[in-house]
Design a protein around this ligand. Structure first.
Ligand SMILES: Cc1cc2nc3c(=O)[nH]c(=O)nc-3n(C[C@H](O)[C@H](O)[C@H](O)COP(=O)(O)OP(=O)(O)OC[C@H]3O[C@@H](n4cnc5c(N)ncnc54)[C@H](O)[C@@H]3O)c2cc1C
Length: 524
């Protein structure tokens, strides 16, 4: 092969591992290897970026550098744009080959990758991109999508290369020492995350072990409760987002565990439910890959131009700060600020409350949540945000009532008491709706609604208004046609693995419900 023996650059992106890393394996097979991670200032100035994302990545880079050292390879931490890196590589080596994983990221990374592709074409450099998720570039319809997902997940994982040779001159591309990475203050948002999950492969493997050895047995039945999901959910999300674990290695390990636990009904049900989530991971990312403007534009044409967009609106500011006066909503936001994580149901409730209960457009709340989620994954985030705010026009309208959610998923009020301590002394009934505390009891409890804790907006009336409005807009013949086109392009064409098949519903027969409390919303 003509490319043999020229320098093989491995560009690490959101794939911070050496195991099951096809670009690294291929590079090592063809010549001296130069592994590099680019710290791109522009990337860390985008409005969806945050210090907590960087800190999690830095943990992963430290583990990655150690793992590469075990292969006698360095990890170069380049500071600057990737285009500048490519120019410098060209100046140093003349010819080289570039290897990386394919990425479905935000609009900025999409444009950056387009620019890299153009640079490679102009400079006759081969850029080999491997798939690490079941996402297909340029896909226009979903027929056979599940089959390719299964093929990729069932294929053998790539072992770390045994005899890799480092490229000489790598020092010129190493700007930031590994030890100083955690101290960098990168990210548009600098809110401290005092209880952030630790990153890195060791931490990821430890989580997975504890999940399959004991925590996972209670997975099913714990997911909707924010305290139980914290303990019995896998908590793998930031590791999958930063690739410290590969999705395929998790899927394959999971299959072995399902065999092992097949005679225990509780384990079986839990691991079956977990299997569907790993499939949804790629199913959602595929949506953003196929429709990149979902990041900033309402998906359904009939539903555009609705709701409040002012980035300084008092409702938005109160929601962002956990000061809406609705205890479960505020508890979720405050817990998210401190920990960087929240379970699915509470994420859905937060965005549902912002868009239906407060009448806000989804975009600013989406950015705020993106900055707070350590596991921010654009391909899951924006499709979920649009779905939960009723912007897709193709999913059942789910509006989560925070009072019902508190009854069902924080039955003893412990979560609220922990995160909204100003309500901790109130009996359960008033802890969930402190505005209704009778005047006769206010002195006794030393609590004055409106001064000790905010009074809420009339969120139930507001939600009814927006639900009716969206319902009407979705019903026109033109809107229905548009819905069918969107379903053909973005919806799953069959049931997820691990999930029982249900009869497919057409758009027109879908029931529109207010304040439903069903299973986690999915669109299959
Ligand atoms: C508005 C909103 C925004 C979200 N944004 C993100 C995000 O930025 N990054 C992210 O990883 N997840 C996101 N999710 C999905 C989900 O809430 C998290 O993946 C999950 O809570 C992470 O916890 P876990 O790892 O313990 O999940 P588990 O239940 O243990 O699931 C295992 C893995 O499956 C995937 N997964 C789980 N649920 C879903 C789902 N509903 N859709 C797609 N994939 C799923 C994740 O990769 C997760 O790590 C979002 C959900 C909502 C409603």
């Amino acid at each position: 092969m003509a490319e043999d023996r020229i320098v093989q650059v491995v560009w690490f992106k959101r794939d911070l591992r050496i195991h099951d890393h096809q670009p690294l394996q291929q590079a090592a097979a063809h010549g001296p290897v130069l592994p590099v991670f680019a710290i791109e200032p522009e990337q860390w100035q985008t409005p969806d970026s945050a210090l907590r994302h960087w800190q999690f990545a830095a943990d992963g880079l430290i583990d990655l550098a150690e793992a590469l050292a075990g292969l006698d390879l360095p990890l170069c931490c380049w500071q600057g744009s990737v285009l500048a890196l490519l120019d410098a590589l060209k100046a140093c080596y003349g010819d080289f080959a570039l290897h990386s994983h394919q990425e479905t990221g935000n609009a900025w990374s999409h444009a950056r990758d387009d620019a890299v592709a153009a640079w490679c074409q102009t400079n006759a450099v081969s850029w080999h991109q491997s798939r690490q998720h079941g996402v297909i570039r340029g896909l226009t319809q979903r027929q056979q999508w599940e089959t390719q997902w299964e093929t990729l997940m069932a294929a053998a994982t790539c072992p770390a290369p045994a005899n890799a040779e480092p490229a000489s001159g790598w020092e010129a591309f190493h700007h930031v020492s590994i030890a100083s990475l955690p101290a960098l203050t990168l990210g548009y948002d600098q809110t401290p995350c005092t209880q952030r999950q630790p990153g890195g492969r060791q931490a990821g493997r430890g989580l997975w072990r504890s999940f399959v050895q004991h925590r996972g047995r209670r997975y099913r039945g714990s997911l909707s409760n924010p305290l139980l999901a914290w303990e019995f959910g896998s908590r793998l999300s930031p590791h999958l987002a930063w690739g410290t674990l590969s999705l395929r290695e998790v899927v394959q390990s999971l299959r072995r565990q399902r065999q092992k636990h097949q005679h225990d009904p509780r384990w079986s049900a839990s691991l079956r439910a977990f299997t569907s989530r790993l499939y949804w991971h790629c199913h959602f990312i595929q949506k953003l890959e196929s429709q990149p403007d979902m990041e900033y534009r309402t998906l359904h044409p009939a539903l555009r131009g609705l709701r409040e967009r002012d980035p300084k609106h008092p409702h938005l500011l109160a929601w962002q700060q956990g000061q809406t006066g609705v205890p479960l909503v505020d508890a979720c936001m405050r817990s998210l600020i401190a920990t960087g994580w929240l379970n699915f149901r509470m994420r859905a409730m937060l965005i549902s409350f912002a868009t239906f209960g407060l009448g806000l457009h989804w975009r600013e709340p989406a950015l705020h949540l993106a900055r707070l989620f350590t596991d921010y994954e654009p391909g899951i985030h924006y499709p979920q945000i649009q779905m939960q705010s009723g912007a897709t026009g193709t999913n059942a309208l789910r509006v989560y009532n925070p009072l019902k959610q508190a009854e069902d998923n924080d039955p003893k009020g412990d979560f609220i008491a922990h995160w909204v301590p100003e309500l901790a002394a109130l009996p359960l009934e008033w802890r969930r709706k402190p505005w209704a505390l009778p005047t006769s009891l206010r002195q006794h409890f030393g609590f004055q609604p409106g001064s000790d804790y905010p009074l809420p907006h009339d969120f139930e009336r507001e939600a009814r208004h927006w639900k009716d409005c969206l319902y009407q807009l979705r019903r026109t013949p033109q809107a229905r046609q548009q819905s069918q086109a969107l379903l053909g392009k973005l919806a799953s064409q069959s049931s997820a693995p691990g999930r029982k098949r249900s009869k497919r519903r057409t758009v027109s027969s879908r029931q529109l419900t207010l304040f439903v409390d069903g299973t986690p919303a999915s669109d299959s």
